[in-house]
Design a protein around this ligand. Structure first.
Ligand SMILES: N[C@@H](CCC(=O)N[C@@H](CS)C(=O)NCC(=O)O)C(=O)O
Length: 118
């Protein structure tokens, strides 16, 4: 089962690499405004999770620079997700509304809708 999951994960990454979406091009001023908004976001994720890949593809499509934190590779990221979001489930978007005040958004579909509305 672990081997099948590993192979499927690698296939998803290969597909994602071959068919990487093109990022939208903005003027430097517009991109700076978007970068300001996305600096308040962090995506908690696994590299080969299909739902995380879906969200990362949307980030790429929209040229959104969002920090990603790999919950499988980093114990600190895992602890942050559990303490803040409450569930060890990915993807999860951390949205910092104000210093020390954050919302945690699960569900790839909701995250993508949020990113589209930025
Ligand atoms: N409906 C969710 C599915 C997310 C999901 O199943 N993620 C898996 C990794 S691919 C996970 O975190 N599983 C752990 C769990 O459900 O506890 C979405 O679209 O984001």
């Amino acid at each position: 089962m672990r081997i099948i999951r590993l192979i499927l994960g690698r296939l998803i990454l290969l597909f994602n690499w071959v068919f990487t979406p093109r990022g939208v091009k903005r003027s430097p001023d517009m991109q700076a405004i978007i970068n300001g908004k996305t600096s308040k976001l962090a995506l908690y994720q696994y590299e080969a999770c299909p739902f995380c890949v879906k969200v990362r593809r949307e980030m790429k499509r929209q040229s959104l620079s969002i920090e990603t934190r790999d919950v499988k590779r980093s114990d600190a990221a895992k602890a942050e997700l559990l303490a803040g979001g409450g569930n060890l489930k990915v993807p999860c978007l951390r949205i910092e509304d104000a210093p020390g005040q954050a919302r945690w958004m699960y569900e790839s579909g909701d995250i993508i809708s949020y990113l589209k509305a930025l």
